[in-house]
Design a binder for this molecule. Structure first.
Ligand code: NAD
Length: 452
């Protein structure tokens, strides 16, 4: 099949590359000229395990190419994916300017080139209920007719950053929202090779498909937040959230995934999607109280370690104190730092005068860009270390903010000996509390008792 992918971010680049790996002919379009130039020269622009092999093969075998010219991608395409940003607008609703802007451009091009034929336009971005209808209107505004010249399908993406390629190649389910039989058949044919192990392709109406994505992310964010509140309570009553997790996770109604307590969720999806669903509800006159609670609790959770750090280091003023940070990405195996809890912690520490030295295996460049965009404020400073050991060296305290595998089994004797004070604040519960005490650390984690 001939495929166009508009937007080559995490979703578009992974999706386009995986469609090419499945033998399709794929052209990806982006307005970011420097990004397209890099992709054209064979450089993968994001860090995502496994992506490079498929990317290289797609280019080598001429199934995958990149352009800044929408028309070039649109002309041969049977299916056009919109993998565009839907960031939160000021009121928390999803900003649809990119999606509707491109829909308008596509309408113009299709109207001017009737010989390009019927196209399936696919909303891959996470968009509020009713967006498919608005995309249809934007295209029809150019004199075209849905069902005849084009159809619009809602096909929400469920990939997880860090395992995006694996998720895209073997999705647990594919959701296709359309009332058009023709578009539904084309989409089913496209996705069949990805679900050969028997996972379902679920076809439904556009509105339900749009809602499915928000419901999934909001439920997952709620599950994490619930466990974070259980952890906070464990801290107060002397229970151990790890034991509680195992105790409840064996209940098949609950399931063992997404029950890990920590310093909150981040990323480009959960915070904005929970916010957008809350906003959608409000627009309909319904106050979705649980979602507001999830957002509020998560905001607080990101800074739950800060008072513990200041208390351990002698007060609010952290001038002259050095603090090591392990992890900048919002989760392991990605360079994505959008809404990363580590960044919030760093902001708080720098505001109090601390000298922060941070290490992340993949997310230093993205962090530098983020802090260039929204600078740190306060008398403290941030520097980047070459290794986890270097970030701990000379530190009065060490904070674990992202659970990269390499942080799980470091030489802890070496870490302790290099630190000014053996203080560890583990925001991801990567270490064993008793062992940390035995190794001579003063150790504090989320929802688990500390030992002397
Ligand atoms: P992203 O910000 O990484 O990428 C978006 C890309 O679109 C950028 O490269 C940008 O330059 C490009 N773009 C913007 N305007 C354009 C235009 N007019 N023409 C062509 N390209 C344009 O975003 P992302 O993380 O890939 O997310 C895309 C959508 O998918 C969002 O709605 C998001 O909520 C959803 N989603 C993301 C994930 C994830 O894990 N990142 C998972 C599922 C769903």
């Amino acid at each position: 099949m001939n495929i166009a992918v508009v937007g080559t971010g995490y979703v578009g680049l992974v999706g386009g590359t995986c469609f090419a790996e499945m033998g399709n002919q794929v052209i990806c379009v982006d307005i970011d000229e420097s990004k397209v130039a890099k992709l054209q020269s064979g450089t993968v622009t994001i860090y995502e395990p496994g992506l490079e092999v498929y990317f290289d093969r797609g280019i080598r075998e001429n199934r995958l190419s990149f352009t800044t010219d929408l028309a070039e991608a649109l002309e041969p395409a049977d299916v056009v994916f919109l993998a565009l940003p839907t960031p939160p607008a000021e009121d928390g609703s999803a900003d649809l300017q990119y999606v509707l802007g491109v829909a308008d451009d596509i309408g113009k091009l299709l109207a001017a080139n009737p010989d390009w034929g019927y196209k399936v336009l696919v909303d891959k971005s996470t968009v509020p209920v009713g967006t498919a209808r608005r995309v249809i209107e934007a295209v029809e505004a150019h004199g075209l007719k849905a069902g005849e010249h084009f159809d619009v399908v809602s096909n929400p993406e469920f990939l997880r950053e860090g395992v995006a390629v694996e998720d895209f190649m073997k999705p647990e389910r594919v959701v296709i929202g359309t009332d058009s039989e023709r578009a539904g058949e084309i989409m089913t044919r496209l996705y069949e090779p990805f679900v050969r192990s028997g996972n379902p392709i679920i076809v439904m109406d556009e509105e339900s498909a749009e809602m499915t994505k928000y419901a999934a992310n909001s439920l997952l964010a709620t599950k994490i937040t619930f466990m974070n509140e259980i952890a906070n309570l464990c801290d107060l009553v002397g229970a151990d959230v790890d034991k509680v997790r195992r105790g409840i996770g064996t209940d098949s109604r609950i399931g063992s995934k997404f029950l890990y307590a920590g310093i909150g969720f981040g990323g480009s999806c959960f915070p904005k999607d929970v916010q957008a669903l809350h906003r959608t509800a409000r627009e309909e006159g319904y106050e979705f109280r649980m979602l507001q609670a999830v957002l509020d609790v998560n905001d607080d959770q990101k800074t739950v370690l800060v008072p513990r750090i200041t208390a351990a280091l002698g007060g609010e003023d952290l001038t002259g104190k050095t603090i090591g940070i392990w992890g900048l990405a919002f989760k392991p195996h990605t360079d994505d730092v959008r809404e990363a809890p580590a960044h919030v912690v760093i902001r708080e520490l720098v505001a109090r005068g601390a000298s922060v030295q941070a290490f992340d295996p993949e997310a230093v460049e993205t962090t530098q860009a983020a802090f260039e965009h929204t600078p740190l404020e306060g008398p403290g400073s941030l520097t980047y270390s070459e290794s986890a050991y270097a970030a701990a060296s000379g530190a009065d305290a060490l904070v674990v903010a992202t659970e990269w595998p390499e942080f799980r089994r470091p030489d802890l004797d070496r870490v302790r000996e290099s630190m000014k004070q053996p203080l560890v604040f583990d925001g991801r519960n990567v270490f064993d509390s008793k062992r940390m005490a035995e190794l001579g650390f003063t150790y504090s984690s989320i929802g688990r008792p500390s030992y002397e």
